[in-house]
Ligand binder design. Sequence first.
Ligand SMILES: C[S@@+](CC[C@H](N)C(=O)[O-])C[C@H]1O[C@@H](n2cnc3c(N)ncnc32)[C@H](O)[C@@H]1O
Length: 242
Amino acid sequence: VIEVLRRRVEDARRARTVAAMTQPEELERYLERTRPAEFLHYRGLAREKRVEVEALLAELRLDVVGLRVLDLGPAHGDSLDVFRERGAASCSFVERDAVFHAYNRLKGFEGHRFDLIGDLDRLAGSGFELVYAKGSVNPTSFRMRGERGLRRWLAAARAATAPHATLVIAPWAPVLARDGVDGHWFTRTLLEDGFEALPWIDGHNAEGIYPVTFVRRGHLAGRLGAAAQLNERAVVAGGTPS
Ligand SMILES: C[S@@+](CC[C@H](N)C(=O)[O-])C[C@H]1O[C@@H](n2cnc3c(N)ncnc32)[C@H](O)[C@@H]1O
């Protein structure tokens, strides 16, 4: 009990310290001094993480130019970098880890620090057009809440997104890798909500931990580029494609 309390006090102190930072260099000095293991682990994976999101966008043929993107649990935020470099109109994220949150905030992304499973309804009405949740919306996230909890979470996700939004959930799911994706309550609930389970994507899925990617495609998925995007938006708005 004392150890748990000690860790909580330490976490709270670290969260206050990094939340007060205003310059990326300040955080880099802090990282050099404290060398937080999880942060350094994900920093070491930066290149792979970029490849993962690029492989997914290629598979979906999704052009993010002009989209309002929400990244749920970005960790080191390499996916956020990719969305911004590719022309997303805005990149927001939810991250409970104080150091990851500060790091991405100091890179200029709009950050929220809360429980993305229990409190997603805080983002109701935000109109996000692409949601990327890799490793953060998992069967284990709903251990206590179960299937009904996942349905409530999906309702909160709908409230936070535009009607034409695309949602991507790539669960960290050793249980699905071991027992199979089909027939599991997590899969069934997502399929009932309009998601599809994508076939294996090289570079994105990973043996034993990321066996499947679920996607609910919006009207704008499969865009070929900016021109196609404008046409599709015209159609969505009731206009005539050129
Ligand atoms: C397994 S990592 C995946 C990171 C990254 N998306 C990737 O593709 O590798 C999950 C991340 O989500 C965050 N996270 C997990 N559950 C969360 C929750 N309930 N609320 C907020 N953040 C959460 C963790 O802090 C961590 O940074």
